[in-house]
Design a protein around this ligand. Structure first.
Ligand code: PLP
Length: 373
């Protein structure tokens, strides 16, 4: 079956003994044990597994083309489970522009794990080649990166990492499996902040890890999920599974609207540069065409000016809301340096926009007005 059909039908039969087309929410956190004291069915205690989490994990597995999935209560909890599945002292390569929360995770929280993490230019295969060593256990890819939209050639980086005996995890939050499926390109793990496009309505926090095949590493990630305990509630899993039914169509809308807005921004006299993988002006457009089916809903651009000009533009919108994060049906934008705060390496004239599903003409009009001043 095709992607859209699988999004809608996968997992509907799990924990759904009736003729209901929509599976029920199973709030019970305990399940009856048989008279001999053994687990009677598939479930025992809902931190370990429950029907709604299983439904969501089934659809995640199917859409990424993997073997199994583990859902978490946030994207950073999913990242922590991956990193904690490594041995203390393991060498890890991470992009220098990795999502800041994941950088803080290794630099401020997992210090006692003593991972040897190198932040480097992941989009440059020569850099990857020169930094891989026999102790390298994990190579972490985030493509497109935030906020400069740099792309990493997934297949090539996987080839180099596997030659060196390292596992590859790809944070696929921004593109989603609609636009990019890293497991098909040989990656071992895919990570998501499902708070973004999977939830899709700016009202849920969640995360997930999907594996290409069952391995002892994924067994350890599963242990991290159920023993670490950062699991999503049945109610949240039900909402995530429900939102995922429309993911393909929402992403098409995000892709189309963002493409139209990126072209408009590129032609605007107040804008110096637009970063969007679907534009021919993107320095890695060839990689985008090779590994992406669509270019996503995120755009960054540099205004001709400085921080005060960029803050002024963002302050003048009516329809586009001022907020961080991404992936909702409503468009949001931010002066990225202000959101990141101290230590931000984003240029001071950079605005990042998460393009929503409003009518594209309404969006263009609002952005045009904000740019006029
Ligand atoms: N990965 C990326 C690319 C993100 O943008 C985010 C959140 O902004 C995360 C991971 C972390 O996800 P969460 O906020 O759900 O913990």
């Amino acid at each position: 079956m095709r992607f859209e059909t699988r999004s809608i039908h996968t997992g509907l039969d799990i924990g759904n003994p009736s003729t209901a087309i929509v599976p029920p929410i199973s709030p019970s956190n305990i399940f009856e044990i048989d008279p001999e004291g053994k687990q009677a069915g598939d479930y025992h205690y809902s931190r370990l597994q429950n029907p709604n989490r299983q439904q969501f994990e089934a659809v995640l597995t199917s859409l990424e083309g993997g073997a199994d999935a583990a859902a978490f209560s946030s994207g950073v909890a999913a990242a922590a489970a991956i990193l904690q599945s490594l041995e203390p002292g393991d060498h890890v390569l991470m992009p220098e522009d990795v999502y800041a929360g994941n950088r803080w995770l290794v630099q401020k929280l997992l210090l006692r794990w003593n991972l040897d993490v190198e932040f480097m230019a992941m989009h440059d295969p020569e850099e990857v080649r020169s930094r891989l060593r026999k102790e390298t256990a994990l190579v972490w890819i985030e493509s497109p990166s935030n906020p400069l939209m740099r792309l990493t050639d997934i297949a090539e980086t996987v080839r180099l990492a596997h030659e060196a005996g390292a596992v590859v995890a790809v944070d696929n939050t921004w593109p989603t499996p609609v636009n990019q499926r890293p497991l098909e390109q040989g990656a071992d793990l895919v990570l998501h902040s499902t708070s973004k496009y999977f939830g899709g309505h700016s009202d849920l926090i969640g995360g997930a890890v999907i594996c290409r095949e069952g391995t002892p590493l994924f067994d350890q990630i599963r242990r991290g999920q159920i023993l670490g305990g950062a699991v999503p509630s049945p109610n949240d899993c039900w909402l995530f599974a429900r939102s995922t039914r429309t993911l393909a169509y929402r992403m098409r809308g995000h892709n189309e609207n963002a493409f139209a807005l990126a072209r408009f921004l590129e032609s605007h006299e107040r804008i110096d540069r637009v970063f969007y993988p679907g534009l021919e002006s993107h320095p890695q457009y060839a990689i985008a065409k090779k590994q992406m089916d669509g270019y996503g809903g995120m755009i960054s651009f540099l205004l001709d000016g400085h921080a005060t000009d960029a803050i002024g533009v963002v302050g003048r919108s009516n329809l586009v809301k001022r907020a961080t994060s991404l992936g909702g049906v409503e468009s949001t934008w931010e002066h990225r340096q202000s959101s990141e705060g101290e230590g931000s390496v984003s240029p001071d004239n950079l605005i990042r926009i998460s393009v929503g599903l409003e009518h594209p003409d309404d969006l263009l009009e609002d952005v045009q007005k904000a740019l006029k001043g």
